[in-house]
Design a protein around this ligand. Structure first.
Ligand code: ZN
Length: 173
């Protein structure tokens, strides 16, 4: 995880006021983070850390494009990211991350935000992500089509139902 050391934010060391950070995250970042959804991407990340009495507000801005697997053809597709997310943090005894507030151990006082950056980017990916119509990898689509049984195919009627149907039909007579 040494690759991600440059994403450490020194909370304890900063005085009251605002400190800004900026990073350009790329494919190396995503392979180091090893998140499930995003394998590649290029993002400009700006972070503004504001220290007020006893607490920190971290405002992240992400701008760029990540690559995710298309749900339809499983080939990589671009997914634009433009988002702002806010984290709150404070110093305490031991590390806690409840999703809203992060408690950073006071004796270290450093917060590595690499995973947070990854998560904020992943949050922006739509639930269903597919290439625009016709833009899917043709080779992959063809392979998948041949593996997927045709949906229109009629299912044979359960024999018990056909027996019941006969009874009902007889009653009608
Ligand atoms: Zn596709």
């Amino acid at each position: 995880m040494e690759k991600l050391d440059s994403y450490k934010v020194d909370l304890k060391g900063m005085s009251e006021g605002t400190v800004s950070y900026s990073w350009h995250v790329d494919d190396d970042f995503f392979s180091a983070v090893q998140g499930p959804e995003i394998q590649q991407g290029q993002l400009d990340v700006a972070l503004r850390v504001k220290r007020t009495a006893g607490a920190y507000e971290l405002v992240f801005q992400l701008d760029g494009t990540v690559k995710v697997l298309c749900d339809r053809c499983l080939d990589l597709m671009d997914c634009p990211i433009c988002a702002e997310h806010v984290l709150r943090a404070k110093l305490g005894d031991e590390f806690v991350d409840d999703g809203d507030l992060i408690v950073v151990p006071e004796d270290d006082g450093m917060l590595n935000v690499a995973w947070n950056i990854y998560e904020f980017a992943a949050l922006e990916i739509p639930l269903r992500h597919v290439h625009p119509d016709g833009a899917c990898s043709k080779q992959m689509s063809a392979t998948l089509d041949s593996l997927t049984p045709a949906e229109e195919e009629e299912k044979p009627i359960d024999p018990r139902w056909s027996e019941l149907k006969k009874v009902l039909d007889n009653n009608k007579k």
